[in-house]
Design a binder for this molecule. Sequence first.
Ligand code: 5GP
Ligand code: SF4
Ligand code: MG
Length: 466
Amino acid sequence: CGVYGVIGVADAANFVALGLHALQHRGQEAGGIVSHDPVTGFQSVRRFGYVRDNFTKASLMETLPGQLAIGHVRYSTAGSKGQTAIRDVQPFFGEFSMGGAALAHNGNITNALALRRELIEHGSIFQSSSDSECIIHLMARSFQKTIPERMKDALRRVEGAFSVVAMTRTKLIGVRDPLGVRPLVLGRVGEGWVLSSETCALDIIGAEFVRDVDPGEMVVISADGGVESFRPFRPASPRFCIFEHVYFSRPDSILGGRSVYETRRQIGVELAREAPVEADLVCPVPDSGTPAAIGFSHESGIPYGMGIIRNQYMGRTFIEPTEQIRNMGVRLKLNVNRALIAGKRVILVDDSVVRGTTSRKIKEMILDAGAREVHFRIASPPTAWPCFYGVDTPEREKLLASRMNEDEMRAHLGVDSLKFISLEGLYRAVGASEGRNAACPQYCDACFSGEYPVAPSDMIDKGFRT
Ligand code: 5GP
Ligand code: SF4
Ligand code: MG
């Protein structure tokens, strides 16, 4: 998901709409904005579909006035299976004795089921099936006198990954979980302030990047310009999601001081060193494989070409919730550039193999177009474990790499060769020149290593074994 918030500028909701549009890659199912204005109070709009279709200037101006607004773009992750209802679309809202508050959450709370059970037993009335709603109910049960204090209480009981953007009538609040699994940055726009999942959504409104919100930090921002910083949690070693660098974030964003594009290009360089192969053409699987393919081509000296063309009007395939739509999705989204491919030995560079359906379809399309050989190079290690921290991976049995070793996967996909970047190579590419610190890894890499930095307790209750 993507979260965004603005305080201290006229028509804040317009800025939020633009920001959410730049974060659309983080969630395409639905979006919502809440604003506050002293005259109209809190107003909210929540809709299915793209930001650009729902939040146009004319309609916004009337319904979402004020100098303070937050927003959310959603995609459903494990645990929220089935059809999303509009009541699951964020931001969520709560009314407390000291006033209202709205909240938008990116990440996944790993003890949400246990918390929900407890809260319902104590009288909470849940409106949605979302894990994020727990935070509102925990805040309602806190005895603290201010909303930021209540948020601290609530978030100390929550486990897992959370980057939260919240607002009261007068304040904009941002929090990252102690490990800082999901990103959150602070920016300045005119006299106002911005919180955003990624820096690409600062650029779109001409905001200036100020700094990352730190892992375990809460910032409370007032309209008169003050940013207060708190550390509500026990300090921990950060474990930022390494897959944000590989795939999830936009390549024009800066994460933790590093260009996502440069990291991806460097992954391609590492891949070319680790797994060279003789071929005529390096082709990205667009768009997520593109920077790595550029790096691979540069390092290997094999020409780069756009052998697969992407229809720009389709979303990310994996975000479509059902298997059937996903299967169709590949052909709706990608087509082979025959003129370039025919008769060639082709290296295809993609970001990840999850179920393997995409790779299989692409291989067929490439061979149909007359390629002589197909070699897959993958910009992440084999995805053998599900993510419980906010990236949608299927259950373990559906992950190709949980059932097969590299050679079995190669045979299953029917390609001439298949190589994944090593975990060490990936760490080098994200700038850890000393490699992965096995005793205390610098990133979360659980989907590759099976080492979960936060025990996924709800899933363990359901029988999941690491
Ligand atoms: P597959 O067909 O192997 O399940 O899907 C792999 C493709 O889905 C990759 O090319 C990648 O672009 C995209 N993808 C990336 N990350 C994820 C993820 O976390 N979950 C899923 N299901 N697909 C992803
Ligand atoms: Fe990111 Fe993978 Fe960790 Fe999930 S399990 S937070 S996708 S590194
Ligand atoms: Mg892809």
